[in-house]
Design a protein around this ligand. Structure first.
Ligand SMILES: [Fe+2]
Length: 225
């Protein structure tokens, strides 16, 4: 069974861009519900997945597994999102900074690309900074679809475009939320490690499997941070 990962920071650490209240709802309720639903679907089917990535790959494209795929994708996407946020303002460095300059001119060019892609995305989903080898790209995915189903792309950063991510703090201003997120919250250290993995050095982030081998854990427990 999969467990709700702890937040890597305090619920209030991302204020004022993302409030404590939003983080409690988003992590403790929304993310937990995706994981609880996923675990129930896995149990119903008698499946014994050894990784969330493998389960997503197995369910992808199978209409009979659409609910499983969507909940598995949302479990993965939110865990990645938390890792790709930082309370400490950062800027990209080294190889990733060079790749940003090559693909977008400068950091402001990347911000424009991400904000426009996210603000213009119809409905719910996710906007990603991704690497195809050394080449950076901005990509949006719909609803619960994780970028890891996109062949050849490694996610570096992501922002949640679902209204539950920003409505309490930014109302209907998705564009304002995206701009504020980009200015203050990307975990560029994490993105640099992902970029290194995309270019052949190291391993890309995977969903944590703590407790996965514990047969006595029938359901994930709520965490408090
Ligand atoms: Fe979300």
């Amino acid at each position: 069974m999969f467990q709700l990962p702890d937040l890597p920071f305090d619920h209030a650490a991302l204020e004022p861009v993302i409030s404590r209240e939003t983080m409690h709802l988003h992590h403790d309720k929304h993310h937990k519900t995706y994981i609880d639903t996923l675990n129930a679907l896995v149990a119903e089917r008698g499946m014994a997945p050894d990784s969330l990535e493998g389960l997503i790959a197995q369910a992808q494209g199978d209409p009979a597994q659409a609910k499983l795929f969507n909940n598995a994708g949302q479990a993965w996407n939110h865990a990645f999102f938390w890792e790709a946020l930082s309370p400490r303002r950062q800027t990209p460095e080294g190889d990733l900074a060079q790749a940003v300059a090559k693909a977008f001119g400068d950091l402001a060019g990347l911000k424009t690309a991400l904000v426009e892609a996210g603000a213009g995305h119809f409905g719910s989903g996710w906007v990603w900074l991704a690497a195809e080898g050394a080449q950076l790209k901005v990509v949006a995915t719909h609803d619960g679809a994780p970028l890891i189903v996109e062949a050849g792309l490694t996610p570096l950063l992501v922002c949640d475009l679902w209204e539950h991510a920003y409505y309490l703090d930014h109302k209907n201003d998705r564009k304002g939320f995206l701009g504020a997120w980009f200015d203050a919250l990307p975990n560029w250290s994490f993105a640099e490690a992902q970029y290194a993995a995309a270019t052949g050095a190291g391993t890309a982030w995977r969903f944590p499997l703590q407790g996965a081998s514990d047969p006595g854990t029938a359901a994930p427990s709520a965490r408090s941070v």
